[in-house]
Design a protein around this ligand. Structure first.
Ligand code: PMT
Length: 223
């Protein structure tokens, strides 16, 4: 991939869901399959980047030529990502990181005695925000998974998370893309503009998004 769009750059990508343990046999998870993040890792590699993928539990093989690190919980993903930010030019947060985790993990399997069982959850740390707050931060790409008003939520996340670019997709119900599907469509926005990547395979969407990210990265990092 010598001479590619991203050659000489180090790209760090998170992908997949996280699993937050409740007890030794149960967890809280979500529907992310890892397909979007793995497609981005492969596309960034093909564009010549040095790629590291931090992956939650998924059923996919590591993309060829990509250093892949497997983690389980949001806390582990936070740690694995933050340990590598000083060697990163571009961070792409595709992972569906749990926003809440059980406040306590039971040591033994919880038995079903009562009719109701309440779980207390605590907020997890936001990986994207932690990276965006670094003094020498990389170019930060966030994703936004929304069930409606995709464009407004994407703009709000761009600001709230301090990202340089946000790629938003509609998920759930009637959406043709998003979680688990082989295809996706994205609304992409940054401070100076926006564009739509219409429905296509996640492989194709990943190529287009990588091209766009390279364009925005160089627009902000040319001296
Ligand atoms: O994996 P697939 O099945 O292919 O599905 C792809 C996808 C739908 C998971 C993907 O395209 C996507 O939208 N990923 C982001 C999912 C998500 O958690 O979105 P969010 O709107 O809740 O989070 C916004 C951003 O904050 C994301 O970049 C997320 O990685 C980041 N975040 C969230 C919580 C947290 N504790 N730390 C974070 O960094």
């Amino acid at each position: 991939a010598a001479g590619g769009l991203l050659s000489g750059l180090r790209v760090l990508i998170s992908a997949g869901p996280t699993r937050e343990p409740i007890d030794p046999v149960r967890f809280i998870g979500n529907r992310s399959s890892g397909k979007m993040g793995y497609a981005l890792a492969a596309a960034a590699r093909r564009a010549g980047a040095d790629v590291t993928l931090i992956s939650g539990p998924v059923a996919l093989d590591a993309p060829a030529g990509v250093e892949t690190v497997r983690v389980e919980t949001a806390a582990e993903m936070h740690e694995a990502v933050m340990a590598r930010t000083d060697r990163t030019d571009i961070y792409i947060g595709t992972a569906a990181v749990a926003d809440y985790t059980p406040a306590r993990v039971a040591d033994a399997k919880i038995k079903k005695h009562a009719d109701r069982l309440e779980l207390t959850l605590s907020r997890t740390r936001d990986i994207l925000r932690s990276i965006a707050a670094l003094p020498d931060k990389p170019f930060v790409v966030g994703f936004a998974a929304e069930t409606g008003e995709v464009e407004a939520h994407a703009r709000a996340k761009l600001e709230a998370k301090g990202a340089d670019l946000v790629a938003a997709n509609e998920v759930g119900g009637a959406a043709p893309g998003g979680f688990e599907r082989d295809e996706n469509a994205l609304f992409v926005c940054w401070r100076g503009g926006e564009c739509h990547l219409p429905l296509a395979s996640k492989t194709e969407i990943a190529h287009r998004l990588i091209r766009l990210i390279a364009e925005r990265y160089y627009a902000e990092n040319t001296d």
